[in-house]
Design a protein around this ligand. Structure first.
Ligand SMILES: [Zn+2]
Length: 111
């Protein structure tokens, strides 16, 4: 007798393209890194929609744009990143943008 569970465990081999193989690598590495970073958002503790947020601005680090390159960069420089959920990442980046804007518009007063 075949139970539904046993049927779901049957996995065949499929032919994948190089792109799919890279994506597969990315998915596995990303999960490993998420585990390494504690598996949850470092701001609010949420474990959904996790992303790697640059501690330093992307322009300074110069790497990490594009998800495969970001995974590579997180592997090389784990201290440059924080694990955040999507909403916290958005407000984290917005906070960076705001502080830059304040610097740019703050008037230089003399005397
Ligand atoms: Zn969060």
């Amino acid at each position: 007798m075949v139970t539904p569970m046993a049927a779901e465990k049957t996995v065949g081999l499929v032919l994948i393209t190089p792109t799919q193989r890279r994506n597969n690598w990315y998915v596995r590495k990303r999960l490993e890194l998420i585990d390494q970073f504690g598996g949850k958002c470092q701001e609010c503790g949420d474990s959904n929609d996790l992303e790697f947020a640059h501690v330093k601005p992307t322009d300074v680090v110069g790497l990490g744009r594009g998800r495969n390159r970001r995974v590579l960069d997180v592997l090389k420089n784990p201290t440059h990143y924080r694990l955040l959920c999507h909403p916290c990442h958005k407000s984290y980046d917005a906070r960076d943008a705001r502080s830059e804007m304040i610097e740019l518009v703050s008037p230089q007063r003399e005397g």
